[in-house]
Design a protein around this ligand. Sequence first.
Ligand SMILES: *Cc1c(COP(=O)(O)O)cnc(C)c1O
Length: 435
Amino acid sequence: MKELINIRSQRAFTEATKLIPGGVNSPVRAWKHLNATPIFIEKAKGPYLWDIDGNKYVDYCLSWGVSILGHAHPFVLREVRKAVKRGTSYGAPTLHETRLASIVNQRIPTIEKVRFVSSGTEAVMTAVRLARAFTGRNIIVKFNGCYHGHSDALLVKSGSGLGNIQESSSKGIPDEVVQYTVSLPFNDSASLTRFFEEKGNKVAAILLEIVPGNMGVIIPHQQFLEQIQQLAESYNCLIIADEVITGFRHRMVSAQQYYALKPDITTLGKIIGGGFPLGAVGGREEILELLAPEGPVYQAGTLSGNPVAVRAGIATLTWLSQPLELKKVFDNTVYFENNLRRLAEKYQFQYSVWGGMFSIFLTTKPVVNFHDVSQIPDYLFAEFHRQLLQRSVYISPSKYEANFISLAHSKKILDDTLNKIEDTIIKIYPYASHK
Ligand SMILES: *Cc1c(COP(=O)(O)O)cnc(C)c1O
């Protein structure tokens, strides 16, 4: 293992910080909490990233879960080239939008109607507005460590980039704006029951990541999800499943199908745009019909349903829907999980895997919610990240962020990474020496 040379990235970061706040256009990219300089990317192909110093890495961040086919997939690129040649934005409807809507509707049947937007943030923002309009109530119940984008009302105990910030809600948001947002511990039935007994009839919606991926990957307790379904029925409130990460990431398509949860509204993003800015909010027809111009809930976007993004999305979902391709992600994930379990048992650390996403938690204690993740020492994660990077493995740069496996991550690549994880654990994990 040789020392990583990243002089060009360091210089580029210094230049960037002069013009861009923190040198980045989204906070976790800065690696601030790792006390490290982010690497600047030159290009990406398949499972690999290259930085501007010429270093090559196996990528497990995959643009935060976007690139499920691997980077620069030839089929997606071909469709994108075709699209670009016809002009890149019209602000008028195209056949492709209906085509993508039909694919989404077929794969996720609770989505009877869908509207395309440009980001996950917008999708959830609209979902919340719809839920409030439909129920005539205001309170949104969310869970600590679940991230639902950066809209004002939802920045309450969020995970993701905010997991590293002391005060988890942002400055610049009046108390009045978050007064109807209630955040409770995930996987904690007692506090959910208590809240609903007190204020259940004022709740517009329970908003959740069914498998949270913004406090690391957290596996939901089946009984907790059943409780959410029952409460929604008893109190006549809606369920908003934020599947921006989990949608299309499983052999069974999404988390709601895997866990048999029936949301009223679902939000999608990341995978659905095939590497371009695209999000979606969909659900029961009678709710979606409230959107302008049909109904009184306003929502709009200059670039919404952008023709290039939509065609990249269609290409990605079409490729993924080939049974053999989806099976590949699934088989490789199972393979990775089995080997990770072996390491976890040997060296006494925790891990989680769902669909093509995973977390490694450097602790001996079970991890079921945000609090458990927050207890993991930051210096330990920073060292884990640094040493893996030196070994040419690029994992997500925060203990609160999930890692991802793409179709391009072969068993051989996964084996190599598992060996490097083992080497690193032996070196840095204090509990490893006991075995
Ligand atoms: C990434 C993410 C969002 C926000 O999506 P953006 O496209 O970054 O605005 C919302 N919800 C979840 C669960 C996410 O992972």
